[in-house]
Design a protein around this ligand. Sequence first.
Ligand code: ACO
Length: 289
Amino acid sequence: MTDFCFDIKPLFPEAIIKVSSDLLPQNFSGKRFMCADVTLKMAEIIDRMGQLSATAQDLINPVTTAQRLEKSDNQTVYLMADGKEGANGVVVGLLKVGTKDLYLYDETGQVHKVQRAPAVLDFYVHESRQRCGLGKELFEAMLAEEKWTPSKLSVDRPSQKLILFMARHYGLVRTIPQANHFVLYEGYFHGVSPSMPLLQATKSVPAILAAGSESQHTSAMTFHVGEANYRKRRLQDPQQQSCSTTDLLSSRCNSDCSMAEIIQGSRARGTNASHAADGQISGTNVRHT
Ligand code: ACO
């Protein structure tokens, strides 16, 4: 359980709080010295929870840190606490979301520039509280606050547990293969007319990037290809590295492969599968080292 040497209860007027770049709980008001104290404590909570999340996902570096949140103007961290546990209360979950400018494939294989795409970036519930419904509660609070719907989310390299979570609670299984490590679910593009002209999917990623760089709007666009340190996972036993989404959904797979990796495996073999359930990953592309 994640406890701290200070009382967390004053920071959590409700079980779930929302924190943005000011590192203050939403609607927090107080004198300047109080704000300084609260931001210090909040930074400690975010850093610790971010580190626990990274460890749980076997990531080399945490995705969520207070410093990174402070520097962003489009990311939000939701934190969940249990004020009744122990003298100081405990923090039990973290969910980081944000918006990203992304190039995304639709079901027909055309590329869209999607600006401010809602994205799930990091998600963690303490091991001692997993599979008790807290993740769903935290996720629902985020959806209500952001006014987002699950099928319209892009998910950054989901873990097995998150893949199963999305299937279990939102019936989201079939995905649209992407060239980056975001996972989109079928329905993502339904009812949405593309805001930018489409590029043909037959172009290579460098060609698309080159085309994108000619546009005045594209400097912030990212394909998230080859990023050096972001969401890198540790290498694992190669014997554990082959599974399919079908295996995941029937809990037969023990490897730590992500849906994006499954999809990339299937793309790499040129299968052009329309959903990841057909994809098998190979030992060579499971981990990004
Ligand atoms: N094994 C299999 N499925 C699991 C597991 C598990 N150990 N844990 C959660 N799930 C899935 C299942 O679908 C489960 O339903 P079931 O129990 O009926 O099979 C469902 O999630 C449970 O839902 P909740 O209880 O609401 O979710 P929970 O509180 O467990 O939180 C979360 C889900 C955040 C994914 C949690 O399991 C966790 O922290 N995992 C470790 C870190 C992680 O993998 N985070 C996602 C990284 S990817 C990203 O953040 C973009």
